[in-house]
Design a protein around this ligand. Structure first.
Ligand code: ATP
Ligand code: BUA
Length: 363
């Protein structure tokens, strides 16, 4: 029997799971409010805070670390790489610790997984990190040669739910065209064309709809004017895009459950904002339908916000149901996908890749 610890740090939560082979034996989602995360200026500063959350989970679940066969963490911001399972190595850790390719909670997944695994000399991996890059070249153009569009998205969950729904359609993932909409603290909308994510918004860096804690795409000239006015520091501006944008900026909370309560209590402003978010997400679904020439077999709504049937799902359905059938996978399946990835390696069914992979395109 292989026992796997899964560590999935998200922007507003830490999700943890223990699997004995395919069997889920323990899981928890610890939510982190914007106030709780506010004191941390850099992601690396959250290391001890998130590690404590994991240690408490292990204590509560009663499985000593010495009984695990492997630890798998959600992979963070690395260089653009193909999908798959990667061994955690020193270079990867260094880049994640420094935030060389950017700051995101998932940077901590590999770092913590490796530290805990080293104590007991067990292997540690990441799988399908947020930098999986399968974009078609035509989708990389931004509008100016100095700026390139980047593929940074919820690759792990997008691919896991896309495979799940393809299976439900009795098809293989590489036989269908799907639009996957992951709605968490960040929101990514990917065009999956026959098994490859050929276009997607950069969910981290001010590209896409606004989200519980991010601004998404903002009016460019207004940003330039603000930045050159000297009324805002570099860090404040970055925070407006990620951390203090979206619902946090408009409604002072990153918690969509709280927003739902306000909507249901008749708060008109909260309703308008939440509906505006649904409209922006829908417009991105339309964009990705265009990237797929409107040959779309299904639209998959997933992530925490996909639990909200009465509002978010209803509004997204109203805007986009004419494009393709809609499938809902609330929350998603990231922990299962990570555990399965580690199991494939432990069973010798997949060879973990070294980081960085050798392919010239990704070096
Ligand atoms: N049952 C629910 N109904 C409505 N909204 C929910 C529900 N559960 C969680 N959410 C909301 O979903 C959002 C978080 O989603 P999720 O847990 O997928 O994000 P995350 O893992 O923290 O971040 P990310 O997915 O961007 O890495 C929060 O705004 C949360 O309030
Ligand atoms: C970039 C994918 C992860 C996130 O948006 O939080």
């Amino acid at each position: 029997m292989n026992r796997i610890l899964v560590i999935n740090p998200g922007s507003t939560s830490t999700k943890l799971a223990i699997y004995d082979d395919e069997k889920l034996v323990s899981k928890d989602t610890v939510r982190h409010s914007s106030e709780e995360l506010a004191p941390f200026k850099r992601m690396a500063e959250q290391y001890e805070f998130r590690k404590d959350v994991i240690k408490k989970f292990l204590e509560k679940s009663g499985y000593p670390l010495s009984t695990f066969s492997a630890i798998v963490g959600r992979g963070g911001l690395l260089r653009p790489i193909p999908g798959g399972v990667y061994k955690i190595n020193e270079l990867m850790k260094e880049e994640l610790r420094e935030g060389k390719y950017g700051e995101h909670a998932s940077n901590l997944g590999a770092l913590i997984a490796h530290e805990l695994a080293s104590e007991y000399n067990i292997p540690s991996f990441i799988a399908d990190p947020v930098v999986v890059d399968e974009m078609e070249d035509i989708a990389r153009f931004s509008g100016h040669p100095d700026f390139e569009r980047k593929s940074i998205f919820h690759a792990l969950n997008q691919k896991a739910v896309a495979r799940l729904i393809a299976e439900k359609m009795n098809k293989k993932y590489n036989e269908v065209n799907l639009i996957v909409v992951h709605m968490g603290g960040g929101i990514s909308i990917g065009a999956h064309k026959k098994g490859k994510v050929v276009d997607v918004n950069n969910a981290l860096d001010g590209d896409g709809p606004f989200t519980p804690e991010r601004s998404g795409t903002l009016p460019m000239t207004q940003i330039i004017d603000l930045v050159y006015s000297n009324k805002i520091t570099f860090d404040e501006m970055k925070k407006r895009i990620k951390g203090k944008g979206g619902l946090v900026a408009y409604l002072d909370t990153n918690d969509a459950l709280e927003v739902q309560k306000r909507v249901e209590s008749g708060d008109e402003y909260a309703t308008l904002i939440y509906k505006a978010m649904a409209l922006q997400i829908s417009k991105w679904i339309g964009k990705m339908a265009t990237a797929l020439n409107f040959e779309v077999d299904g639209i998959i709504l997933t992530g925490g916000l996909a639990y909200d049937k009465n509002n978010m799902i209803k509004w997204l359905t109203e805007h986009t149901q004419f494009i393709a059938p809609i499938y809902i996978v609330p929350g998603g399946d990231e922990e299962k996908a990570l555990a399965e990835a580690a199991l494939r390696v432990l069973r010798g069914e997949e060879t973990p890749k070294n980081y960085p992979p050798m392919e010239e395109h990704y070096a």
